[in-house]
Design a binder for this molecule. Structure first.
Ligand SMILES: Nc1ncnc2c1ncn2[C@@H]1O[C@H](COP(=O)(O)OP(=O)(O)O)[C@@H](O)[C@H]1O
Ligand SMILES: [Mg+2]
Length: 302
C-alpha cells in the first residue's frame, strides 16, 4: 500500500544514527550509471544523484561515441562505451563545460532534452514503485534510514549528505557471470541466469516490470539475485507490451544481454537460456504472472 512518506516506510530499518562505518573512513566509488554514482563502505552503499548537466553531458557523450565508434581507433569507441573509465570521465567534464555555456532552453528543446526528461521521470517512478512494493522483500537489497548525515568520499573535496543507505551486494550479476566464466564454471552461470529469470517473474507477480533489465542493474547476495536499479520499473501494462514487442524481434536474447562472448564456448547453455527467455519474457509469459500477488486495492495512487 503506498504510504504518504516513502522514505521511512515498511521494510526500511530506521536507525537513530548512521552506521559508524559510513563515518570512520572516506567512501570508495563503486560504480555508476547514467543517473547516479554509487559509493560504498564495507557493508553499505550510498548513491549520489548526478546533476542535470552531468546527465545531459553523459547522454551527449554517449550519442557522440555511438556515432563515432567506427571512426575511432579499433576498439577504443567500444571500450569507452562499455566502461565509464577515467577517459570517459574527462570527456564528460569537457562536455559539461560546453553545456554550461549554452542556454538551458536549447538543450531541453532538443531530442537530448527529451531523453533526459524521460530518464528522470522513469527513475522517479521506478524508485517510488520500489519503495511501495519491494522494500523489505528479498527482491531488493536491505535498506536503512537515519537522520541526515555528512559523509566523506575518497578523492572528492566535498561532503555528501545522505539519510539512507542500501546493503552492499557481493557484486553485480554482470561481474559474477564474468568471474564464473573466467574459471570455466558454466553450470553455475546457467544457474544464475535461471535465478535472474525467476526474480523477474517474482516482480511481475507484484505488477512490476523492469524495462531496463540489463545485468549491471542486478546484484548478487548469497544465492539470490536482487534488483539494484529500480529506475526502469513500470506498473503500466501498455509500456510492458511495448517492451515485449521489442523482445519479440530479438532472436538471441543472450547476445542482447551482452553474453555473446561469455557463452561462446557453450552454445548449449546459450540455446537453453534463449529458449527459456523467449518463452518467459513474452506477452503470454508475463500475463501469466502479472499482478497475481499485489494486495487487493493497492493499485490506486501509483
Ligand atoms: N547495493 C549495491 N551494491 C553494490 N553495487 C551497487 C549497488 N547499487 C548500485 N551498485 C553499482 O552502481 C551502479 C549504478 O547504480 P544504479 O542504481 O544502476 O544507477 P543508475 O540509475 O545511474 O543506472 C550499478 O550498476 C552497480 O554496479
Ligand atoms: Mg543502472
Amino acid at each position: 500500500m503506498p504510504r504518504p512518506n516513502g522514505q521511512a516506510s515498511r521494510g526500511a530499518r530506521i536507525l537513530a544514527n548512521a552506521p559508524k562505518e559510513l563515518l570512520t573512513q572516506p567512501l570508495v566509488r563503486l560504480g555508476e550509471g547514467i543517473g547516479k554514482v554509487v559509493y560504498a563502505s564495507p557493508r553499505w552503499v550510498v548513491k549520489r544523484v548526478r546533476s542535470d548537466s552531468e546527465v545531459i553531458a553523459l547522454i551527449v557523450l554517449w550519442r557522440l561515441l555511438r556515432r563515432w565508434e567506427r571512426f575511432l581507433p579499433v576498439g577504443l569507441g567500444r571500450h569507452l562505451l562499455q566502461r565509464p573509465s577515467r577517459r570517459i570521465r574527462i570527456l564528460r567534464v569537457f562536455t559539461q563545460m560546453v553545456i554550461h555555456v549554452l542556454p538551458d532552453r536549447l538543450w531541453y528543446a532538443t531530442h537530448i532534452g527529451t531523453v533526459w526528461k524521460r530518464y528522470r521521470e522513469q527513475d522517479h517512478r521506478g524508485e517510488k514503485l520500489a519503495r511501495d512494493y519491494l522494500l523489505g522483500t528479498s527482491l531488493v537489497p536491505g535498506h536503512i534510514a537515519f537522520p541526515r548525515t555528512h559523509v566523506r568520499i575518497k578523492g572528492w573535496p566535498y561532503w555528501l549528505t545522505v539519510d539512507h543507505a542500501t546493503e552492499r551486494v557481493e557484486c553485480t550479476l554482470h561481474q559474477r557471470l564474468n568471474a564464473l566464466a573466467r574459471e570455466g564454471r558454466y553450470e553455475e552461470i546457467e544457474q544464475w541466469l535461471n535465478r535472474f529469470l525467476d526474480l523477474r517473474q517474482q516482480g511481475w507477480r507484484l505488477g512490476l516490470f523492469s524495462v531496463d533489465a540489463h545485468l549491471k542493474n542486478f546484484g548478487v547476495v548469497e544465492d539470490r539475485v536482487v534488483l539494484l536499479d529500480a529506475g526502469g520499473l513500470t506498473n503500466e501494462w501498455e509500456e510492458v507490451e511495448n517492451r515485449l514487442a521489442f523482445e519479440d524481434v530479438v532472436v538471441e536474447p543472450h547476445i542482447q544481454l551482452g553474453l555473446g562472448a561469455l557463452l561462446g564456448a557453450r552454445p548449449d547453455i546459450a540455446a537453453r537460456f534463449n529458449a527459456r527467455w523467449k518463452q518467459v519474457v513474452s506477452v503470454k509469459g508475463v500475463r501469466r504472472h502479472w499482478q497475481a500477488l499485489r494486495p487487493v486495492g493497492s493499485g490506486e495512487g501509483v
